[in-house]
Ligand binder design. Structure first.
Ligand code: ATP
Ligand code: MG
Ligand code: MG
Ligand code: MG
Length: 431
């Protein structure tokens, strides 16, 4: 992609309406623009990152055995009247009427719809277990949308729903998602802490939120400092993490008021967290309410047990930036970078340099790398500042000296390390 052809409105100054660094950088790097309170347009560069985060989430869901589908954003109120949540949900639900006066809503989540679809599509125990998911826009009329895409009103969520015949099956589906979430966040370059969340009337230990620890997080998390030392690549990591204490402040207060804190004072850590995922096993709550039952092995009806599993796909972009930036801009993990390489042509007015830079772009692309090529007529300083701001993992610079010497300059964005190399060596490093 040529810089002169894309739409990348970067900003030099820090926008005054953005309070946290990820929001500031998303605006400055031309990833998003707000179009109404808590509602954002995804500009070309931001959309590329969003699609890549989505791809990681999708791949890990598929690996965990979940089946992708797509449910609509607009839902009928009747569906929600069946579960009793239409009245219970409150002002976060955006409601409207269609031309026939039918009550509609913009979906904040999909338990009702998936339960109805599954109910109408299955007959027997042989159709279970199943976990279905979709990646779709949600709308919640948040009382205080803020921090950019972290708390938007319109946001992209991956939500999965599991259906099982018995408690043991439901637990296995939950465990599979738990493990898959840790993997998903790790691939995105994030260390997520699973936090025990309230389970409501069903009780038990089957609800967790996944938090990215960051000073700008909206939640407060108390946890066993031993969590920090857990090696996530260890196959036992999921079990270890689940054993170690971690609670949001409100729940932690309840523990203190009850049995007291199970973690010795010197090991109790407190940090702010960004909730990037939430998984929940809720048994027959929706299957009962919406009349989902299948014929069991012995012919008697069985009411399936359900779980739901959310990931904030658009919120993750903010969380990744909170976790990975420096004073000059974003540092994208390779797994989600909008382009692999930023190519800077120092002298686009020089035919020899232009030919060399075009050749570098062609060779990189032939090697399967995506390239953003800055061939604009602009000062080198401005080009380097833009490349640092948008945070592509590699920068390759082509200028007259290098062309004469047969080299390019290769810079690693994460470390700032630079080297003069032959194009072949540079390609080998990037590969
Ligand atoms: P929060 O506590 O931040 O309001 P939630 O508990 O209401 O989130 P869930 O219903 O658990 O959210 O939804 C699943 C996931 O969707 C959350 O873990 C979060 O990552 C994401 N999410 C929820 N609300 C928003 C929002 N307003 N903007 C962006 N992402 C959101
Ligand atoms: Mg909420
Ligand atoms: Mg929450
Ligand atoms: Mg939640």
């Amino acid at each position: 992609m040529l810089m002169s052809r894309t739409f990348l409105p970067v900003m030099r100054e820090t926008p005054s309406d953005a309070q946290i660094v990820s929001h500031q950088l998303m605006l400055r790097a031309g990833l998003i623009r707000q179009t109404a309170a808590g509602i954002y347009a995804w500009l070309p560069l931001g959309l590329r990152v969003l699609r890549r985060i989505e791809a990681v989430v999708r791949r890990e869901q598929d690996r965990a055995g979940a089946i992708e589908m797509l449910m609509p954003v607009v839902q009928s109120a009747d569906l929600w009247r069946q579960s009793g949540r239409y009245d219970a949900y409150g002002p976060e639900m955006l409601r409207f009427a269609d031309r026939h006066g039918r009550d509609m809503l913009f979906g904040p989540t999909n338990e009702e719809m998936i339960t109805a679809l599954f109910r109408d599509g299955v007959r027997s125990y042989r159709d279970l277990p199943r976990t279905l998911y979709h990646i779709q826009w949600k709308f919640r009329d948040e009382v205080r949308p803020r921090f950019g895409v972290m708390r938007g009103r319109e946001f992209l969520m991956k939500d999965a729903y599991s259906f099982d015949l018995d408690e043991a099956g439901g637990r296995a589906s939950y465990d599979a998602m738990f493990t898959s979430y840790l993997k998903t966040f790790a691939v995105l370059g994030l260390r997520a802490v699973p936090v025990r969340a309230p389970t409501g009337p069903i009780g038990g230990d089957l609800s967790h939120e996944f938090h990215i620890l960051a000073d700008t997080g909206e939640s407060e998390v108390y946890y066993d400092a031993a969590l920090d030392a857990v090696d996530l690549s260890d196959p036992d990591a999921p079990a270890t993490l689940r054993r170690l204490y971690a609670m949001e402040a409100e729940e932690h207060e309840k523990v203190l008021a009850g049995a007291g804190c199970p973690v010795p004072a010197e090991r109790l850590a407190k940090r702010r967290g960004i909730e990037v995922g939430h998984i929940f096993f809720f048994g027959t709550k929706y299957s009962d309410a919406m009349g989902l039952s299948v014929q069991g092995r012995d012919g008697a009806p069985v009411v399936p047990l359900m779980g739901s599993y959310g990931i904030g796909v658009s919120r993750l972009m903010g969380a990744i930036i909170e976790a990975s930036h420096d004073a000059n801009g974003i540092i994208w993990p390779e797994s989600v970078a909008p382009y692999d390489v930023g190519l800077v042509n120092l002298r686009p007015d020089d035919a020899g340099v232009r030919a060399a830079a075009d050749d570098v772009q062609g060779r990189l692309e032939a090697a399967g790398k995506s390239v953003l090529h800055d061939e604009r007529d602009a000062r080198p300083g401005e080009k380097f500042a833009t490349m640092d701001l948008i945070g592509l993992p590699w920068q390759v610079t082509v200028g007259p000296k290098g062309v004469a010497a047969g080299t390019v300059e290769l810079k690693r964005r994460a470390t700032g390390e630079k080297a003069e190399l032959s194009l072949e060596s540079a390609l080998a490093r990037i590969a």
